[in-house]
Design a protein around this ligand. Structure first.
Ligand code: MN
Ligand code: MN
Length: 469
């Protein structure tokens, strides 16, 4: 059948959006699925920012990257990294151009919503030992009860000795959980709103129930737990004062669906963008402009602090690069930043058919349609938005289109419903052209988030193309 005039015109003029799996050849599908297997394996080892940093350093070392503090001079082709307090990593592949002509940056965050232990966590009540928690980032509290939880993090003794805690991931490990009321007796609780049904102070982690055998002791279960911890880790109750212990879902990242087209996992915000941009960086070869990857901490609570994106450690890293590439002209750092371009690689909310009333369907992000560009973040009148210029969006579009890569563009949620933010504005404030570009996910910030395998691989391809431009 010959195409009608209207059909031909439609093809030429409409902005066609399609599911990336449609018309995909089998070989490409195999590549996409293999990449997702690697991603799933990585996620299972890297649920917290400290673990993500540790696994990232392993990959960087393996791929010939050098710690900047062990390098005297840097030249084109060199691969360098900088670790910020075990919780953030910046890495670069040096290009032929002077750094002060600008960098191609991609920034993602490696912290995710979770529950942290309070500084005095352990107590005994009603014959149980429990931990008090303080949630981190935007969570729906009821989602964190009655699921298996693992504990990760460090206890640092006053001597400076760091004790790694990592329990709940192996099949032979015990897990932990936060209890909830049975429906039979929850008549009053069920009348509360979703946000009040479980209070912050109700998120208490169950950690033990055997009493220590000694009539003279008042808190026998608590003592028994401390005795176990002391034997295993050599710590006392006071050592919790200088600890960072995080509770994350103990379940594993898995393929989702009969067609295995999706990944279900904890922490895909933003570890999906962090992993794909890291893989893109590892696969870079000869570059004109220097590519820099920023894997940062504390985004979920505002990017503050010395491991967040606001930290001067970022400028320190760029200054060290300038110093060691022997670029020393006046105001070199600002020149470098103002000439730089960046993708803020952070996930966005994908339209969920069960809850699509929060979306404006012409400007929603959809699972499986590729990396999602977000020209401006914020909500309710672009409040707090980082707004990329039309010129820069056009440039990024051109990179993807000339590499035949699918992408979509969206505006998160209906205008009056809400919105979100990323690290984009922090770097835009420094004079960098920044555009948000992330993987769409379902159930964002829930203990189990969903992403499309097509989008995960597509993000890797898009990030690589941007680094190489
Ligand atoms: Mn995020
Ligand atoms: Mn988030």
């Amino acid at each position: 059948m010959e195409k009608t005039k209207g059909e031909i015109l439609e093809e030429k003029l409409f902005n066609e959006c399609k599911n990336g799996f449609e018309g995909l050849d089998e070989n490409k599908k195999e590549v996409i699925f293999k990449f997702s297997d690697d991603y799933i394996n990585f996620l299972n080892k890297a649920k917290t920012e400290r673990l993500f940093t540790k696994e990232t350093i392993k990959l960087l070392d393996y791929n010939g990257f050098k710690d900047i503090f062990n390098v005297k001079e840097i030249k084109p082709g060199d691969k360098i990294y900088y670790v910020n307090r075990s919780k953030a990593v910046y890495a670069a592949v040096i290009g032929e151009d002077k750094l002060s002509n600008g960098l191609n940056l991609i920034g993602a965050h490696i912290d995710s919503p979770r529950l942290d232990l309070k500084p005095n966590p352990l107590y005994e009540d009603g014959g149980f030992a429990l931990f008090k928690t303080h949630y981190y980032g935007g969570i729906k509290k009821y989602q964190w009860t009655t699921i298996p939880l693992a504990i990760h993090g460090v206890v640092v003794k006053s001597s400076g000795e760091v004790v790694d805690i990592n329990i709940g991931e192996e099949d032979t490990d015990p897990v932990f959980t936060i209890t909830d009321l049975l429906p039979h007796l929850a008549k009053d609780q069920m009348k509360k709103t979703l946000s009040d049904g479980i209070a912050g102070e109700d998120l208490n982690l169950l950690v033990g129930s055997i009493p220590y055998e000694d009539e003279k002791v008042s808190e026998k279960v608590k003592l028994n737990i401390l005795s176990i911890l002391n034997k295993k880790y050599g710590i006392t109750e006071r050592d919790f004062n200088s600890a960072e212990l995080e509770l994350v879902p103990a379940f594993k990242a898995r393929s989702l669906g009969f067609d295995e087209s999706m990944v279900a996992a904890y922490g895909q915000d933003d570890k999906s963008c962090a992993y794909t941009s890291l893989r893109a960086l590892l696969d870079l070869d000869k570059l004109q402009r220097t590519a820099v990857l920023l894997l940062t901490d504390k985004e979920e609570i505002g990017s503050m602090g010395n491991t967040g994106m606001y930290s001067a450690n970022f400028e320190h890293f760029v200054s060290l690069l300038l110093e060691k590439t022997l670029e020393k002209e006046f105001n070199c750092l600002n020149k470098c930043l103002c000439n730089s371009e960046m993708l803020s690689a952070d996930v966005t909310s994908a339209s969920d058919p069960t809850y699509d009333f929060v979306d404006e369907k012409n400007n929603a992000a959809y699972l499986g349609r590729g990396l999602c560009l977000i020209k401006y973040t914020g909500g309710r009148g672009k409040s707090g938005a980082s707004d990329a210029s039309a010129e820069f969006v056009a440039k990024v579009r051109d990179i993807f289109e000339s590499n035949d890569l699918l992408y979509q563009i969206s505006d998160m949620g209906k205008i009056d419903v809400g919105g979100g933010g990323t690290i984009a504005y922090i770097l835009a404030d420094r004079g960098i052209d920044v555009l948000d570009a992330g993987i769409p996910v379902l159930s964002m910030h829930a203990p189990y988030e969903v992403a499309s395998k097509f989008d995960i691989y597509n993000a890797y391809e898009c990030y690589k193309a941007f680094f190489e431009d």
